[in-house]
Write a new protein. Structure first.
Lengths: 299, 162
């Protein structure tokens, strides 16, 4: 032990700066990094490159559930497959029938919009991505999805699933991307009430089943059960996707605004696959009017 | 630094990789709140056992990787782990000769400091904690410290990491 002690004391003195200096140095570096990361987008590339280093670990983490899913697929009986197939065919039939109607409506809508001289903003394509990981910090609602820049994912892309809006892309790596959910406390989303077009801002609460609609006057026409859809303001989310349903409206006579809570239409703690919409840049194709504002992080 | 004297670096790297994996592994919600701070435990061990190899710099680097893996602010865990490595480094001589339970109490203190740094940064960046659950992981980690200590020590001896 004494011998060990001696060699170590020596090595401590031999290495350049002392531990105190080092911690100051790295502390300062961390603060600078955090500030830049919080306020600007310059570190996205670094984060993307580093995400490749930790990707194998994330895949290891994901392996058991992937294995279970794969086994479930493999071990499915023929009977189950047949049943599922017929069910899916039936649903496909119904959806196709509805889609026919939609195509007609879409054409009509576009014609009317041309008459009104306004730009149609119908998203063209979507990327399907699988959930890889969820942030374990209970106060921070982030998910990691298995598609990145190499698949065409960009920062700010809206994330949806079959039932409604999920969130938006925050960081992109070459093979993965991080999305912030609409229930994250730092997230806000411009919405409007489907019934009457009343606009508002839907803010995350930190709970997967709650969103808040602040700054709506006490006498505003919002009722329990109202559907909130994206309003398309802010240029980040396309218009008209369902987001949440109002579950409680409490007018507070002592305050200028009512307390309104809503529940996301999609079960955000159960999602497994998401759609990343590829937005056509707003107003880009008519070449007039203001150019769509460059996307800014919402935080 | 005389690199030729060191060997077994892969053991250290692997232990950190396993710690990061454990930090990311999905768990049910009740267990999530108890999740031990694996990376911090492993860092304390190495900074105590091999202070001339694992110190502030390595702590910071591992922290940055943890930040990337968890999508937190770049530098948040970097700063917290650098501070953790620093306090461990300062007291590694004393820490080594303490009986295991006293060692665990010191580790608890360090982990509380670590958690405090993380929560400060969370608060500043707009995620103030809603309740006191964030105080639980240091305690659950402390319960695991003797186990982590014995496992890593045996690994270090058997694989002659110096």
């Amino acid at each position: 032990m004494p011998k060990l002690k001696q060699t170590e004391t020596k090595t401590i003195f031999m290495r350049g700066p002392s531990a105190g200096m080092r911690v100051l140095l790295f502390g300062l570096l961390s603060v600078i990094l955090m500030t830049v990361d919080h306020r600007y987008i310059h570190l996205e590339r670094t984060r993307g490159a580093l995400s490749l280093v930790v990707l194998p670990l994330q895949q290891v983490v994901n392996a058991p559930s992937a294995l279970v899913r794969w086994l479930a697929d493999v071990l499915m009986t023929r009977e189950e497959l047949r049943r599922e197939n017929s069910r899916l065919r039936q649903r496909n039939f119904l959806t196709t029938a509805q889609l026919q109607k939609l195509t007609v409506l879409e054409a009509e809508n576009r014609r009317l919009r041309t008459l009104l001289d306004s730009a149609a903003t119908i998203p063209q394509r979507a990327i399907i991505a699988e959930l890889i990981n969820v942030d374990d910090d209970p106060y921070r609602h982030r998910i990691l999805v298995g598609k990145g820049t190499s698949h065409g994912v960009r920062v700010g892309q809206p994330v949806l699933d079959a039932n409604g809006v999920v969130g938006q892309i925050m960081h992109v790596g070459p093979l993965t991307a991080t999305a912030v959910l609409i229930t994250d406390p730092s997230h806000a989303l411009p919405v409007q009430v489907d019934r009457n077009g009343l606009r508002g801002l839907l803010v995350g609460s930190g709970r997967y089943d709650r969103l808040q609609l602040p700054h709506v006057p006490n006498n505003a026409d919002v009722q329990v059960g109202d559907l909130l859809i994206t309003s398309g303001l802010g240029g980040r989310f396309p218009r008209g996707y369902p987001v949440a349903r109002v579950v409680s409206v409490e007018p507070d006579p002592g305050q200028p605004f009512a307390r309104i809570a809503a529940q996301p239409t999609t079960e955000l703690d159960r999602i497994r696959e998401v759609l990343l919409l590829i937005n056509e840049p707003l107003l880009a194709h008519d070449g007039e009017g203001p150019v769509a504002a460059p996307p800014e992080p919402d935080e | 630094m005389s690199v030729h004297r060191h060997h077994g670096g892969w053991v250290i790297a692997t232990s950190f990789a396993v710690a990061i994996t454990l930090a990311l592994a999905p768990m049910p919600e009740w267990a999530d709140r108890l999740r031990p701070q694996w990376v911090a435990l492993v860092l304390i061990y190495w900074a105590m056992a091999l202070p001339e190899r694992v110190g502030v710099g390595v702590g910071w680097l591992v922290g940055i990787l943890l930040d990337v893996a968890r999508g937190t602010l770049l530098g948040q865990h970097g700063l917290a782990l650098a501070v953790l490595a620093f306090v461990t480094h300062k007291s590694h001589m004393r820490l080594r000769v303490l009986p295991l339970w006293q060692q665990a109490l010191t580790v608890l203190l360090f982990l509380l400091v670590y958690q405090l740094v993380i929560q400060w940064i969370n608060g500043v960046s707009g995620y103030p904690p809603h309740d006191l659950w964030y105080l639980v992981p240091p305690f659950s980690s402390t319960l695991l410290w003797p186990w982590v200590f014995v496992v890593l020590r045996d690994l270090r001896r058997r694989l002659t990491v110096v």
